[in-house]
Design a protein around this ligand. Structure first.
Ligand code: BES
Ligand code: MN
Ligand code: ZN
Length: 495
């Protein structure tokens, strides 16, 4: 999908469909009102007939509106005039693109960004429009023999009234477009099944990203290399799998050479059956999504390299499978991590923290400014926060604040949870330096406490995306989260 901005008046746009916002109580946006004037009240007369009330997300398609250049007009409800929230704005954008994507129209023009949205500026509105409209075209039919109907729509113009507006809208388009590409890559990788998306597959994808961008250096560490680094925790997980583990390192150099990097570490379990502590079979297929943290690192790196952000960012993805096998970890096994801490594996299904702890230790060699890990780490996080917020933990309150703010701004929210010392009691072991599980209570916190043992020297945050990274049920699929939040965080770090 191509996006552009054009300075124009609504009645003069030559397009297959112009998207015009309207409100409840027969109130018109500026664009709807101009179309109404040019068409001698055609629009308001139709609205008064009652086919559309202006509620958020309602749409009405009109053909042959007199006095204007566009072939069609799509009226889109935006709620009460002057009181549209950010969430409602996003819903209106999604409804608009859903209404036109099945039409026999290859282009459209949108004026949705002209409406007032509580506490949001034009740039934000343009970013959201572009991101939502572009990702509405994401497909899940890669592996189906019969493809969904092709979508003709390939060009959307965002209307502007003057040069100043057009400049801001163009900036928004640039960011929204990069975001959409990042989110789309994350979704695509996440939705792939475990038999295709293996650790080696992810490594190949990283190389492909690297060869497409001269700012990106990709290195793949194999199991032999990991052995020489003494990554005993990570390797203990992959022992039970026939697929070799990979440690994928993507170094994005957009900033000055001496600028310390921000490191993103993404959990890359391409399938998590639980190992010897086997999971129940219901919905186990969804454990192909146990690499959504990794996918979000790929998506974020893709987006920031599209944007050429002036920062240095390192993406680290420890990737493995977790399967039951004669060589797999057994409950009670004790392994030694790269940091030297010994770990008693009381439950082989708490494998994410085992691969992450070694990756976090490895991240120290980049002398990072900040390290953020992203992981589908605990079912307990799904119970605590559901799908609406990712769980946030940090040993630096300033960093937590920045991440929370980026989440609010992008609509990809986090909620901070405590990392109090009290919880460390739960991960004590009788036989090793620590245990890999801390019992049923506060499961996502004890998991984060476990990671915190390996990040004492780092300015670190952990984002548990077990609830937010995908949705199950009839509309099963990855959400691409938290690419939106991470890219926003990195954009904010450039200022
Ligand atoms: N990948 C899972 C966490 C998960 C479960 C994410 C369900 C999303 C939905 C993780 O590896 C895991 O199995 N965690 C265990 C930890 C427990 C054994 C302490 C869990 O949450 O049950
Ligand atoms: Mn597990
Ligand atoms: Zn897992």
């Amino acid at each position: 999908m191509k996006f552009s901005s054009k300075i124009t008046s609504p009645e003069a746009v030559k397009t297959a469909c112009i998207i015009a916002p309207i409100f409840e109580s027969n109130a018109l946006s500026s664009t709807a009102s101009q179309l109404n004037n040019a068409s001698e009240k055609y629009i308001i007369n139709i609205i008064k007939k009652g086919d559309i009330e202006g509620k958020v997300g309602q749409t009405l398609l009109l053909h042959k509106v007199p006095g204007i250049k566009a072939d069609r007009v799509l009226l889109v409800g935006c709620g009460k005039s002057g009181a549209t929230s950010d969430k409602q704005y996003r819903k209106a954008c999604a409804s608009a693109v859903n209404a036109i994507k099945s039409l026999n129209a290859d282009n459209a023009a949108s004026a949705l960004h002209e409406i007032d949205v509580e506490k949001k500026d034009l740039r934000w509105k343009a970013i959201q429009s572009v991101q939502i409209m572009a990702s509405a075209l994401d497909r899940r039919d890669m592996l189906k023999s019969e493809k969904d109907d092709p979508i003709k729509l390939n060009q959307i113009t965002l209307t502007a009234i003057d040069k100043d507006e057009s400049k801001v809208i163009k900036e928004g388009i640039n960011i929204g477009d990069a975001l959409a590409q990042g989110v789309s890559l994350a979704k695509e990788l996440s939705d792939l099944p475990g038999n295709i998306c293996t650790p080696s597959y992810l490594a190949e994808q990283a190389k492909t990203l690297g060869s497409a961008n001269s700012n990106l250096k990709v290195t793949i560490l194999d199991e032999k290399k990991m052995e020489s680094l003494k990554m005993g925790a990570l390797l203990s997980v992959s022992k039970g799998s026939r697929q070799p583990a990979k440690l994928i390192v993507m170094e994005y150099h957009g900033g000055k050479a001496n600028k310390k990097p921000i490191v993103l570490v993404g959990k890359g379990l391409t399938f998590d059956a639980g190992g010897i502590s086997l999971k129940p079979s219901a919905a186990m297929d969804e454990m192909k999504y146990d690499m959504c943290g990794a996918a979000s690192v790929f998506g974020t790196i893709k987006a920031i390299s599209e944007l050429n952000l002036p920062l240095n960012v390192v993406g680290i993805v420890p990737s493995s499978e977790n399967l039951p096998d004669g060589a797999a970890n057994k409950p009670g096994d004790i392994v030694t991590s790269m940091a030297g801490l010994t770990i008693e594996i009381l439950n082989t299904d708490a494998e994410g923290r085992l691969i992450l702890c070694d990756a976090l230790t490895y991240s120290e060699r980049f002398k990072p400014d900040t390290v953020i890990d992203i992981a589908t780490l605990t079912g307990a996080c799904v119970i605590a926060l559901g799908q609406h917020a990712s769980g946030l933990f940090s040993n630096q309150d300033e960093l937590a604040k920045d991440i929370l703010a980026a989440g609010e701004e992008s609509g990809d929210r986090c909620w901070q949870m405590p990392l109090w010392d009290d919880y460390n009691e739960q991960i004590k072991s009788n036989f090793a330096d620590l245990a890999n599980v801390g019992g049923r209570e506060a499961g996502s916190i004890t998991a984060a406490c476990f990671l915190s043992k390996f990040t004492k020297n780092l300015n670190w945050a952990h984002v548990d995306i077990a609830g937010s990274a995908w949705q199950g049920g009839g509309d099963k699929g990855a959400t691409g989260r938290p690419v939106q939040m991470l890219v926003q965080y990195l954009i904010n770090r450039c200022q």
